[in-house]
Design a protein around this ligand. Structure first.
Ligand SMILES: [Zn+2]
Length: 451
């Protein structure tokens, strides 16, 4: 399904109707109601875009298991208990953020975990995000416009990346989904979600005041960072003294009996649980390597834009240093492979990209990084290894089916293999995905199709 087709989903629904809030049962006007099944379908189509935007999943099975277990426990307290299968992931980016999308996809980033102190903070942040999904804020009031707006934002970003440049493999890809637009909610909705964060924390035995401490702590980090490494979550969740006071007031109203209870009687203080601290300590320990990588990656893309070979080399050197420190991280060889491609050092590029794919396949092979596979596929096509190219490109298009470039390269691979009908199908897919009669890839695909 293309993004354009996704946009049409809610259009087929009623133009104006009455929706019900599953938490408080209140009714509100909405432009189009969606069933839970439709929400899951939407979330499932949206998930690859989030993976592409946030560099896929971070490979820490113990963290996934422990934190995923906490999310499961939260799910049992949710209004959707037994109806919705929440799917938790840690995204492999330093950008500190957490969010949930309709259909029960729940995300926290590596960067936000590295900035956390207590399990109660995790629960109140994730509870807040679950709250947005439970309250159906994303399609409330604005209905399809809100949801459509997100997808249009993504589509727009993909179009920029594709349509503005066509000077080679590298420039065509850009940052797919870089303009991913997160919904912003109004203050009333934020307050409703804060209440859910408090609810989950209290129901699960944590001190609900953790919600207040979370905001205060994030604000402190933000002040220390001086705007440099700013907490994305705070940008979508503006903090001020009024909001903190509101949260405290909500706690006193919702759980008066918990306000003066001794701290030591709350989970995890009571149980002496150190598992969360162990998980977070691992994230904190690797963060300096990712800080170096983030900086080098940004220098690399800038140097590639400016065609500055010595700056590209120096960025590759830093990134390879990071790969020495964390040899199982697939993003590092993916980036150095991209740098070698820019330097036209094809042998080194191929080795690095193949290494990235091999590492990526070791963890959650169902959620692959699409970029190294696209770069490798294009390189192998150029070298006449169409069988190798096909394998990489099939995986790339499956991982991220919203960009025409990998489909175009896949068409070339099938052509090279003499598989004409599959080549035709791939070129037709290019036209469908780009969805612009004058698009660069569409023109190229039409030439291949002979039409
Ligand atoms: Zn929020």
């Amino acid at each position: 399904m293309t993004l354009r087709a996704l946009l049409l989903v809610p259009v087929s629904l009623a133009l104006g109707s009455c929706c019900t809030d599953p938490i408080d049962g209140s009714s509100y006007f909405c432009l189009g109601d969606m069933s839970l099944t439709e929400e899951v379908e939407l979330g499932t189509s949206y998930a690859p875009i989030i993976d592409a935007q946030y560099d896929g999943v971070y490979a820490d099975p113990q963290a996934d298991q422990y934190l995923g277990g906490l999310i499961e426990e939260m799910a049992s307290h949710s209004v959707y208990a037994g109806q919705l299968d929440w799917k938790f992931s840690i995204l492999n980016t330093s950008i500190p953020n957490a969010f949930a999308v309709p259909g029960g996809y729940v995300y926290i980033t590596r960067g936000l975990l590295a900035a956390m102190e207590t399990e109660g903070q995790f629960i109140s942040v994730m509870g807040h995000e679950l709250g947005h999904v439970e309250h159906r804020h994303s399609h409330r009031a604005m209905g399809r416009q809100a949801i459509g707006g997100v997808l249009v934002g993504v589509l727009g970003a993909t179009e920029n990346a594709v349509f503005e440049t066509d000077t080679g493999i590298l420039s065509t890809v850009g940052e797919a989904g870089a303009g991913l637009v997160m919904l912003s909610y109004d203050r009333g909705q934020e307050s409703q979600s804060d209440a859910r964060g408090i609810y989950f924390a209290a129901e699960m035995g944590y001190d609900p005041m953790e919600a207040v401490k979370t905001f205060e702590y994030f604000q402190k980090l933000e002040d220390q960072a001086g705007g440099g490494n700013s907490i994305e979550w705070l940008r979508t969740h503006p903090l001020n003294s009024t909001r903190i006071a509101d949260i405290e007031e909500q706690i006193r109203a919702m759980y008066p009996e918990l306000v003066d209870r001794p701290k030591s009687s709350f989970r995890p203080y009571a149980s002496g649980n150190t598992q969360f601290q162990t998980v977070v300590a691992r994230f904190k320990a690797v963060q300096p390597v990712y800080d170096r990588y983030d900086q080098a990656y940004s220098s690399l893309t800038q140097a590639m834009e400016q065609d500055d070979a010595s700056a590209i080399k120096s960025a590759i050197q830093t990134i390879e240093g990071c790969a020495n420190d964390l040899p199982s991280e697939p993003l590092f060889p993916a980036a150095s492979g991209m740098g070698y491609l820019a330097l036209e050092q094809r042998g080194k590029a191929k080795t690095a990209l193949a290494r990235s794919i091999q590492l990526d396949d070791q963890y959650m092979p169902s959620r692959k990084l699409w970029k190294p596979r696209f770069f490798l596929g294009a390189l192998l096509n150029e070298q006449g290894d169409h069988a190798g190219a096909k394998t990489a490109l099939v995986d790339s298009t499956e991982a991220f089916p919203y960009h025409p470039a990998p489909f175009y390269e896949l068409g070339l691979a099938y052509e090279g293999l003499g598989r004409k009908s599959e080549a035709t199908a791939a070129f037709q897919k290019v036209i469908e995905v780009e969805n612009d009669p004058n698009g660069t890839y569409t023109q190229k695909a039409k030439t291949r199709l002979g039409s």
